[in-house]
Design a protein around this ligand. Structure first.
Ligand code: FES
Ligand code: FES
Length: 193
């Protein structure tokens, strides 16, 4: 590729070429990009399989919010710094704003999938009981992270909970109530989310 050729390309076309190539290289099991520039991506979310045609650069967060209308997961910073977008993939917490949808292989659980048979998950109920939110914007991510924190075995002390919840920021500073909610819910949690 000559310098002259690169000079002729727009910045956007360079970025698009790079992004599409990176995504395909990272996810060889996916089909090659279609002529429209989209990839067929299957996401299993809250027990239901969805086949989507996505731009290879689409994050899991945008796939959930913009393509599946699951808007419980929030976009706070979109840079992996606040935890508002936390969901579970195969039971492990991930920042969906930093995860390419096409890279997801395991089942996804979002805040919409926690309640079972019309009953709130114990962690959801505990957040209500302990008034563990004010504006609520961080709350879905806090709850998903809290569920994972307990399942990881990282809720054995106040300090441990604080440490393993430190990736979830709350601008309303509801931290003492969040801690109380997690301690309350932990003994009543099902084995899996
Ligand atoms: S929106 Fe993903 S970490 Fe902030
Ligand atoms: S409840 Fe408002 S940011 Fe956490």
């Amino acid at each position: 590729m000559t310098a002259g050729f690169i000079a002729d390309m727009t910045r956007r076309s360079v970025l698009e070429t790079f992004a599409a190539g990176s995504a395909v290289a990272a996810h060889p099991a996916q089909a090659a990009p279609a002529a429209s520039g989209t990839l067929p991506v299957t996401l299993n979310v809250n027990g239901k399989a969805h086949v989507l045609a996505l731009d290879p650069r689409t994050t899991l967060l945008d796939a959930l919010r913009e393509h599946l209308d699951l808007t419980g997961s929030k976009k706070g910073c979109d840079h992996g710094q606040c935890g508002a977008c936390t969901v579970l993939v195969d039971g492990r917490r991930v920042l969906s704003c930093l995860t390419l949808a096409a890279s997801v292989r395991g089942p996804v659980t979002t805040i919409e999938g926690l309640a079972q048979d019309g009953s709130l998950h114990p962690m959801q109920q505990a957040f209500i009981d302990h008034d563990a939110f004010q504006c609520g914007y961080c709350t879905p991510g806090q709850i998903m992270s809290a569920v994972a924190c307990v399942h990881e075995g990282h809720a054995r002390s106040d300090d441990e909970i604080r440490e393993y919840m430190s990736g979830n920021l709350c601008r309303c500073a509801a931290y003492p109530n969040i801690l109380a909610a997690i301690k309350d819910a932990a003994p009543r949690m099902p084995d899996k989310a």
